[in-house]
Design a protein around this ligand. Structure first.
Ligand code: MG
Ligand code: MG
Length: 255
């Protein structure tokens, strides 16, 4: 079932979204060569705690997962695409890191992700992150009243294809509100003019995951969570929670 949010609920989701943005900024500031993924998690967790927010990631256990998720962020490095566990791995020069974070505040949820490079960037990684950002921007721009979910999917996919990147077929964005994952599903591939109609008060997480190798194939680590590209190519993941409004798309997880 899809819940259309009231304007009051949108304001509450904006506050939850601000907490997510601050937590991601804290993780980004903490990241440096030699810093562990666990330390990024701790930086984000401190922001959530100080804001009085709960983490929808910590303890989360979807059907595919063998164990509850152990952190407040996912930290996915290099060929890891999404769902990386924030463990004791220490960042190295040139690592491409994607950090995904959620927050639940006063009963409403935000979900967002950033990708960045630690230390000396490889030009190909800079371009991969830029393409992922363009895919997100295009998806958000398509999230207008009168369009359908398929218009968002098609916009994201068009940018990914133009960049020569692959995307996993079975992970994408989602409705969001009282819970992190709600209907409708927001695939990263789709046909324009198809799917659930967009209207004022619909809130969505849009999240392109681009794989530089050009294929959409991935495998799961023995930890049961971390998804990696099959070909070892690098991946980037950028996400915002947005609201469809009669004034256009509104980003709820901006700072
Ligand atoms: Mg997320
Ligand atoms: Mg999400």
């Amino acid at each position: 079932m899809v819940e259309i949010k009231t304007d009051t609920a949108l304001e509450a989701m904006r506050e939850a979204g601000r907490v997510v943005a601050r937590a991601l900024a804290a993780a980004r500031r903490t990241a440096a060569v030699g810093v562990s993924l666990r330390e990024l998690d701790e930086a984000a967790a401190t922001v959530l705690t100080e804001a009085g927010a709960r983490s929808p990631f910590l303890g989360y256990r979807p059907s595919f997962a063998p164990t509850p998720f152990p952190g407040v962020v996912c930290a996915s490095v290099n060929d890891a695409l999404v769902h990386g566990i924030p463990n004791d791995y220490r960042l190295r020069d040139g690592d491409l890191v994607s950090v995904d974070c959620g927050a639940e505040l006063d009963g409403w949820t935000g979900d967002a992700a950033i990708s960045f490079i630690v230390g000396t960037p490889r030009p190909a990684d800079v371009e991969l992150i830029a393409a992922t950002q363009r895919a997100l921007d295009a998806g958000i721009a398509a999230a207008t009243v009168g369009h359908r979910i398929g218009d968002i999917s098609h916009a994201v996919d068009t940018v990914a294809r133009a960049a020569g990147c692959g995307m996993p077929a079975d992970f994408g964005g989602h409705g969001i509100g009282r819970r992190m994952h709600e209907d409708p599903y927001v695939p990263n591939q789709g046909r324009p003019g198809r799917g659930f109609p967009l209207r004022h008060g619909l809130t969505l997480a849009v999240e392109p995951m681009l794989m530089s190798g050009g294929r959409g194939d991935y495998r799961t680590d023995p930890d049961g969570w971390t998804l990696r590209t099959i070909d070892g190519s690098r991946a980037a993941h950028i996400e915002h929670t947005i609201a469809v409004t009669r004034d256009g798309p509104r980003i709820l997880t901006a700072l």
